[in-house]
Design a binder for this molecule. Structure first.
Ligand code: GUN
Ligand code: FE
Length: 474
């Protein structure tokens, strides 16, 4: 018999909108062979029965059942995390940044490492490792920067397809103000960009893997390169990613290099790089006028709070962006950020918002600026998906979306999360309505603050199991 449907049964938690947690205890989700969620049945006892009720032509042997139960246990499904900004090529430098800030960090640490990935064996080792690590941390979708090299960027796309992560692959474009050993001429950059876009679209042909046009940041891109990329983005409806307004010295450099532009965002807008499918990393020092422009163009923002603290770049005013209706997701920004975990980034996003709140004198404003556990878990999942224009595909558990999920286990033999007896919840509705909800929310907070990859027991992308912890679990 051929397998036609997989049913997952257990407690499902997701964040359908900012600040909102949805808890669906003892629920069955049915997933087709293409990874699509076909039905969701709440308060279900018998997942196989649900499958046979859903499609009466199915034989029991055509259905696989993944049942995670025992209603008292500390396990729940959560949507896979979305890492909206990660430099795969910089992974070996995670944690190594000394006391540098952006511009000297690029010269001292980053460009030499990225250049070294021209060697295929080095690139293969780095890309294999970073993919294993991000999957182990529950990241099911990531938007990657590779290097300027086309061959190793294509290698990254291939490894990604093999390992099963959903990803955007961005060959880095830079043709000015860069070291002699790590730069392309405009002509070379056009050629290598085309090579990567064509390879992914025409040869690899895995719909989970897409190319993303990646001008590194304004200082390292000529006007003609940015114009060409802007035109290509429109002609072929491609995603775009770049850095914006990360560090004050960078802002000064941009003002010097592009005196014709009123502000940093204008540089990209002049070259038609701000589109609905553009993702801008950092956005720490934006003016109100720039926020207006990003809103008008429908761009997404990648908030990278671990990187911004590590490189002393500043504090992104996330609440202000959200209040303006801008889609915001989270980014590890390896290796400006030291952690490959979006859970750790979400934790830092919450803490940075509290630092910003401390600067407010008005109590009401303070409260507003704070991001809650629910807020940052939204940014880590559906928020990130929306920022990458994948909001209708992944990020929450809905019929017709893809089953990209992680199984969280808060009670493993060995992890950092201690749950006491009285903190457990049956998850189910109880006569004491509301009590279980409160306990469940406390468990989410415990996961956010004390959890790590040991709590990520299994990870699926489009219904394919791509990671288990411990490794022997099935
Ligand atoms: N700006 C230009 N390049 C980079 C990079 O690699 N990382 C970060 N964080 N900012 C950048
Ligand atoms: Fe970055």
């Amino acid at each position: 018999m051929i397998l036609k449907l997989t049913v997952y049964h257990g407690n499902f938690v997701d964040t359908p909108s900012l600040g909102d947690v949805r808890i669906r205890p003892q629920t069955t989700i049915g997933v087709g062979t293409d990874g699509k969620i076909l039905f969701i049945k709440e308060k279900s006892q018998d997942p196989l029965r649900d499958a046979l009720d859903f499609d009466q032509t199915l034989q029991p042997s055509e259905v696989a059942v993944v049942k995670i139960s025992g209603s008292q246990d500390g396990s729940f499904f959560f949507p896979g995390f979305v890492d909206t900004h990660v430099h795969a090529s910089q992974y070996p430098n995670a944690g190594i940044f000394g006391s540098s800030t952006l511009l000297d960090w690029l010269q001292t640490y980053t460009f030499p490492l990225e250049a070294s990935l021209k060697d295929a064996d080095t690139a293969r080792a780095v890309y294999n490792r970073v993919l294993d690590r991000t999957l182990a941390n529950g990241t099911t979708t990531a938007s990657y920067y590779t290097t300027i090299d086309a061959a190793s960027s294509n290698l990254m796309a291939r490894i990604c397809a093999e390992k099963g992560q959903r990803a955007f692959i961005g060959k880095v474009c830079m043709d000015q103000n860069s070291p002699d050993y790590y730069v392309e001429l405009f002509k070379e950059c056009k050629h290598s960009t085309r090579q990567v876009v064509d390879y992914i679209k025409k040869e690899l042909k895995d719909e989970k893997i897409q190319p993303v046009l990646t001008p590194r940041f304004a200082p390292s891109c000529s006007r003609e390169l940015m114009s060409w990329l802007g035109q290509l983005a429109h002609e072929e409806d491609l995603n775009v990613q770049t850095h914006l307004s990360e560090n004050l010295a960078e802002l000064e450099l941009v003002a010097e290099l592009f005196p014709e532009c009123e502000n940093y965002s204008q540089v990209y807008d002049n070259h038609h790089l701000l589109t609905k499918k553009t993702l801008l990393a950092h956005c720490v020092h934006l003016s109100d006028k720039e926020i207006e422009l990003l809103k008008l163009r429908g761009c997404g923002v990648s908030h990278c709070p671990i990187s911004n603290s590590s490189l002393a770049s500043g504090e992104c005013r996330v609440r202000l962006l959200l209040d303006n209706g801008i889609n915001v997701g989270l980014g590890t920004d390896l290796s400006g950020g030291y952690s490959s975990s979006i859970l750790a980034v979400a934790r830092q996003a919450l803490l940075v918002s509290r630092h910003l709140a401390m600067k407010e004198t008005d109590a009401k404003k303070q409260e507003h600026v704070n991001l809650s556990v629910e807020d940052v878990l939204f940014l880590a999942s559906l928020g990130g998906a929306q920022a990458l224009s994948l909001g209708s595909v992944v990020g929450s558990f809905e019929v017709n979306k893809q089953f990209d999920a992680q199984l969280i286990n808060l009670d493993p033999v060995s992890s950092n999360v201690d749950v006491f007896e009285w903190q457990r919840t049956s998850w189910n509705d109880s006569p004491k309505e509301g009590e279980n909800q409160k306990l469940a929310r406390n468990l989410l907070a415990k996961w956010l603050f004390t959890g790590d990859d040991r709590n990520t027991a299994r990870v699926w992308v489009a219904g394919r199991l791509v990671h288990s912890y411990p490794a022997s679990a099935t």
